[in-house]
Design a protein around this ligand. Structure first.
Ligand code: ZN
Length: 270
């Protein structure tokens, strides 16, 4: 009788330990890119984007060093960046890509963020003089499908690195962008009374948010221009050296070192 009592106690203790481990896992997802939200077919697309990011010339020099550096910063930052791929035409809050902070860490040690790539909108994006940015480049011009995805990823990574490298900036994004969006959403929902924001307070808030978004966008577009230049130059080089490009692609596919992101069923175990 006493023996079975001890066994039950041990079993309950084990259950408690497992439950705590699960809670910790949920509370603290792995750092770097986390691809567990991707379907298997989308994970293949993500791997193709990764190959583009890390493409090299015949001397082993990175073809896209800006993109690669941004990627590597995220991988070693101590923050989590979930990757999501969506395929919806014309969705208003994710034209081509989107970066948002899902959980802000007041200590700045482990923010949880997400980057969404809208492949349908990227594929259908018009490329021409009308879409020329104020800093002079035309997004996607001369690029293939994978390079377009990589360019949008680069734009969102530029946001990620710019925002997550400064606790003050991350807090500003949390307070002005995320909170304002939340207030706007909740005005018409059940949480209407939670935020006691007067219409004039709200319009001041929205104006401040839009000013911050303009500044953030300007910075990301500067980075995107450089990324586009590198992708464009790399594509021209690759078109001259198709054999080399495919050799490099095979090498990376087979390389263990390349496995910086895991398949969806393995993600979260990094
Ligand atoms: Zn942007």
């Amino acid at each position: 009788m006493q023996k079975s009592y001890v066994l039950v106690t041990v079993y309950l203790l084990l259950l408690t330990v497992c439950a705590s481990a699960q809670t910790l896992k949920l509370k603290y997802p792995p750092t770097g890119f986390v691809t567990e939200r991707l379907a298997v077919s989308d994970f293949e697309i993500w791997k193709a984007i990764e190959l583009t990011v890390f493409a090299e010339d015949k001397e082993g020099q990175s073809l896209h060093p800006t993109l690669r550096n941004l990627w590597q910063w995220v991988e070693t930052s101590g923050h989590t960046v979930f990757i999501e791929i969506i395929k919806v035409r014309g969705i208003s809050n994710c034209t081509a890509g989107l970066f948002t902070i899902e959980r802000f860490d007041p200590l700045g040690e482990h923010h949880i963020a997400v980057i969404k790539l809208n492949l349908t909108n990227i594929n259908l994006a018009y490329v021409g003089p009308e879409t020329r940015k104020s800093n002079g480049f035309v997004p996607f011009k001369g690029l293939g499908k994978k390079e377009r995805y990589a360019e949008v990823l680069g734009h969102e990574l530029a946001h990620a690195v710019h925002i997550l490298t400064s606790l003050e900036r991350a807090r500003l994004v949390e307070d002005l962008v995320q909170q304002t969006n939340q207030i706007l959403l909740s005005r018409y929902g059940k949480k209407q009374r939670v935020h006691q924001t007067t219409p004039s307070d709200l319009s001041r808030r929205v104006a401040k948010r839009d000013e911050l978004l303009r500044r953030l966008e300007k910075q990301a577009e500067q980075m995107e221009k450089v990324i586009w230049q590198e992708l464009f130059a790399g594509k021209r080089l690759n078109s001259k050296l198709p054999a080399l490009a495919s050799k490099e692609s095979d090498r990376r596919k087979n390389s263990l070192a390349f496995g910086q992101t895991r398949k969806p069923d393995q993600a979260g175990k990094k």
